[in-house]
Design a protein around this ligand. Sequence first.
Ligand code: ING
Length: 315
Amino acid sequence: MTRKLHIAAAQMGGIHLSDTREQAVARLRELLRQAHARSVKFVVFPELALTTFFPRKWYDDQAEVDARFFERDMPSAVTQPLFDDARRYGIGFYLGYAELTQEAGTTRRFNTAILVSPAGAIVGKYRKVHLPGHADFKPQAAFQHLEKKYFEVGDLGFQTWRSQDAIIGMLICNDRRWPEAFRALTLQGAELITLGFNTPTENLHYPEPPALRVHHHLIMAQAMAFMNATWLVETAKCGFEDGNRMFGHSVIVAPTGEIVAKSASEDDELISVEADLDLAQNLKKTMFNYAAHRRPEHYRILIDRVGAEDTPANR
Ligand code: ING
């Protein structure tokens, strides 16, 4: 008897600076309603799903950033209706948002995702480890990418949780460019990895063809799912946000590395698949049987070295 879980990526179009949290939550609730209508049981919402991608802009006043873009409570009065709907439908979900918290008298700020059970309880939290971009203002750049300014590096590591008869792991956006993150989760048995993203169509550093950025996104998703023998749901917030474009191409990838569902728009759009959670069994017993084939005694360099160090001239 194989374990089936009807999963979905609930892609969002842009959220503008003038949009309210209530408007964003209303869109998430509509996507959840559509998911329920299709008998979906688990939904992955995007990264920073409650606000515009604010790290594209420099703000001098941190108090303004905290007030406009961060959540102090989750759920809050504004997001509670989403949790209530999910509980009523019996749907679990992943939600990305900007987390502000007080820990030991210090204000901490993270790019966060939570895993919520069909009972509406938060069963897991992940704080984004791989923060791309920069912390300084780049006057020459068409837009900024200030995740290193607004967020701390996540302090919860790469964890997995059992929920809905599956072992689920969470990542966020830039994490999908770092194979170590997927291996850390699947070494804990992750069989469904969830990832929300907000990826600019343009590269702020150099004129990279937009089609090439999408190509990178698609090959990484297929490769990471296959090489880690896991289902992978990657959900975009995309389209135009105050004139700044981000690409869509939300995908659901099977452990075989095949894209089994992909969004066709840059708007709010639900894509779903009845996933066989046991599809990876053969891969895990043979090709990607970690215990049989991995050789960590030769991997020390992966832990001991951060940046690349060129081979010595005399080698
Ligand atoms: N966005 C982008 C991402 O990793 C990025 C940032 C794009 C970094 C392209 C490097 C190259 O998809 C987020 N939010 O991480």
